[in-house]
Design a protein around this ligand. Structure first.
Ligand code: MN
Length: 461
């Protein structure tokens, strides 16, 4: 089975150029200015962009947070991903039962995703306590499962303290395993939340005040210092949201530290903490870290445009506004934390980034496709339009104007944080290993089309 994507503008993380892409048996066979293949089915891409299938390395499908379970499972969530041009996800696991081995969640997540996901998928492991057997399991899981990254939290009940983090980082440096970290100072956040509840400051507007920028900046700085002390251990800061946190990243780079990376998300680039001013609507955007201020957004855009960050992921973590988010109606600390976003990313980055002159087309591909694949140890099989790569491709119409609405999206969430936002550029067709899974913006793939991805070592390791 051959297919020829003809006459589009091919975009890689280095350049964009007019050309054709020839696919055979799910793999890219050839990329050239002009390809003649009379035996191939032709897909006309004239006037369209041809992008690598996007890679989202921060999602939470089917996540159980104890007080609520997200409403997208590995099928509905990956249908939404596909319709947004994302053909690969790497999902962050929930914590397992207290004291369990990291293997517990690896097995649980295979049960949730295998035969269910509609795009290709991998998992980050999760660390919730540390001892010798956990560290041995981490190395064994990396080798046997191709799970070459693990997540640790500096806040929440499953958090690791500095000593536990040091033990993890020393082992990670030895084994070439990437440690992704949720960076917020637990003492700051807990103290403020407890006091606000005591003082009756329980409306949504107190949420961002309870998780201030300095809580992120302190934790980012501390993580990078610990990683340096552990021998430049490979670490990845997830969902960076503040200018102060960015300054810690810049300092580490200036000091010669090399094995680290940082991710931000569309919500931290585009949404404002003013959303929390409405006590009811504000619940939609209760997430950690919270939305920030204009100065933070400007700093993050500057960092993207200056190639100082590594990736843009979504932290897709959808709860229903009608029911689940209302658990926080009287007290924001009881609101399940997270918001949908897996489908909106590419359209938002194109419309608000490329079309507004903040990002170049190659930077769009770098942040949404190539670098996430590199960080996850999937490059160039994913995130690249080169001979031998998986034929994961997005045909993107850069002219098409549309409005982001809940009805236009495909996940199970009953809201989008971008409701009513006018955007330019839309995903038209998506190929997963050569198979069309989205046509004219509609999902035409199947449950179980996605394959489990064993990952190589991260580019940061
Ligand atoms: Mn997350």
């Amino acid at each position: 089975m051959k297919a020829l994507i003809r006459g589009g503008t091919i975009v890689t993380d280095e350049a964009s150029f007019a050309g054709d892409v020839l696919i055979r048996d799910g793999v890219i066979l050839k990329v050239a200015e002009r390809i003649d293949a009379p035996d191939a089915a032709v897909v006309d891409a004239a006037g369209k962009l041809v992008l690598p299938g996007a890679v989202d390395i921060h999602t939470h499908m089917d996540l159980d947070v104890g007080i609520a379970r997200v409403i997208d499972d590995f099928f509905t969530g990956t249908v939404a991903a596909a319709c947004g041009g994302t053909t690969t996800i790497v999902d962050h696991m929930a914590f397992g039962p207290v004291g369990c081995s990291p293997w517990h969640q690896v097995k649980a997540y295979h049960r949730l995703a295998d035969g269910v996901a509609a795009v290709d998928y991998g998992f980050h492991g999760v660390l919730q306590h540390v001892d010798d057997s956990v560290l041995d399991d981490m190395a064994q899981i990396a080798a046997q499962e191709g799970i070459t990254s693990f997540k640790a939290y500096m806040t929440y009940d499953g958090r690791l303290d500095d000593l536990a983090l040091m033990r993890v980082l020393e082992r990670a440096a030895q084994e070439g395993i990437l440690i992704a970290v949720h960076c917020e100072n637990h003492g700051i956040v807990t103290c403020l939340r407890e006091r606000f509840v005591r003082e009756g400051k329980t409306q949504a507007r107190w949420h961002p005040v309870s998780r201030p920028a300095v809580a992120e900046a302190e934790a980012v700085n501390r993580l990078l210092c610990l990683a340096r002390a552990a021998g430049d251990a490979p670490v990845y800061v997830v969902h960076l949201s503040t200018r102060m946190g960015l300054e810690a990243i810049r300092r580490a780079r200036a000091n010669g530290q090399r094995h680290f990376g940082a991710e931000t998300c569309p919500q931290y680039l585009l949404l404002d903490e003013a959303l929390y001013g409405d006590p009811r609507e504000g619940l939609k955007a209760i997430m950690a870290p919270p939305l920030r201020r204009q100065a933070d957004r400007d700093a993050l855009w500057d960092a993207l445009s200056g190639d100082e960050l590594d990736t843009v992921a979504t932290d897709h973590c959808p709860f229903t506004f009608a029911r689940q988010k209302q658990q926080g109606a009287a007290d924001f600390t009881r609101c399940p934390s997270g918001a949908p976003g897996v489908e909106e990313r590419l359209a938002l980055l194109y419309s608000e980034g490329v079309a507004k002159g903040r990002l170049t087309l190659p930077q769009l591909v770098k942040y949404a496709c190539a670098n996430p694949a590199r960080v996850a140890g999937l490059y160039p099989r994913k995130g690249a339009i080169v001979e031998g790569a998986d034929a994961d491709l997005v045909i993107f119409d850069p002219q098409r104007k549309w409005t982001l609405t809940t009805a236009a999206l495909h996940g199970n969430a009953d809201y989008t944080c971008y409701e009513g936002m006018k955007v330019v550029g839309r995903v038209e067709r998506v190929l997963l290993r050569g198979k069309t899974i989205v046509r004219n913006g509609a999902f035409v793939g199947a449950r179980g089309d996605g394959q489990y991805l064993r990952r190589e070592k991260s580019s940061l390791a």
